[in-house]
Design a protein around this ligand. Sequence first.
Ligand SMILES: [Fe+2]
Length: 268
Amino acid sequence: MRLTDTHCHIMYGVDDGPDEPEGSLAMAAMAAAGGIGTVVATPHIVEGLYEGEDRARQLQELQRELDGAGIDVKLLAGAEVPMSYCLTVTAARLGELSINGNGFLLMETAEATFQQLRRAAYQVRLQGLYPIFAHPERTSFVQEHPRDFAGLLTAGDGFCQVTAASLEGGFGKRVLRAAEELLDGGLVHLIASDAHSAGEYSSNRTPALSQCFELVRKKYGGETARLLLEENPEKVIQGEMPCQPPPADARKARWLGLLKKGRHFRRL
Ligand SMILES: [Fe+2]
């Protein structure tokens, strides 16, 4: 099993991830031990504070340190971009910040309203890129209005990435319920760690995905686990469209408005 983590704050000294190289090395070692072969480094972009200017050099340096320490993890460039930033910068800049430079932009969705999310997603699509909504299960409007969010996804305006710790109960019952609802409806394209350290703080968001793989495998089957944690992440880093899994719960999917004529799910 060689999983790909498409959301990880592994770079040191740039955001709320580790402060020192040792913290990044510990995260990489934990990722490797947990079956992760590729990690997309996704530091928070904060306008006027850190906009990823020196990202390529910093990432190269960290890769050298991992190689030197014998840690078998490949790092790729990405970023976690706030919605407001998507409205103000050029398509070229957004493209540079996309995952592996291949057109899928990880968009921060915390505390977003439906209108904000739709506007930012529309702008990103206008620029020729695809938004990946980061941890929508932690957003109040998605918890309260999952059908509106489902509509955004099925309109082709973006892809959905759930945090592994949400499914493991690290953010409490409300977030767990929202994450499961999205999975039941076949609305999730990717699962990622959103890890900030190798420690246990921050709702258990460590760079370990094997436990979540097992959890998804038991509840939704091995094909779905492989799709969300291996195949779709690999597609995204290659710039290919991720597949949507079939809904696990047809009644839930119907309620979310997903089983309309013409909807196409991947057969598993
Ligand atoms: Fe994040």
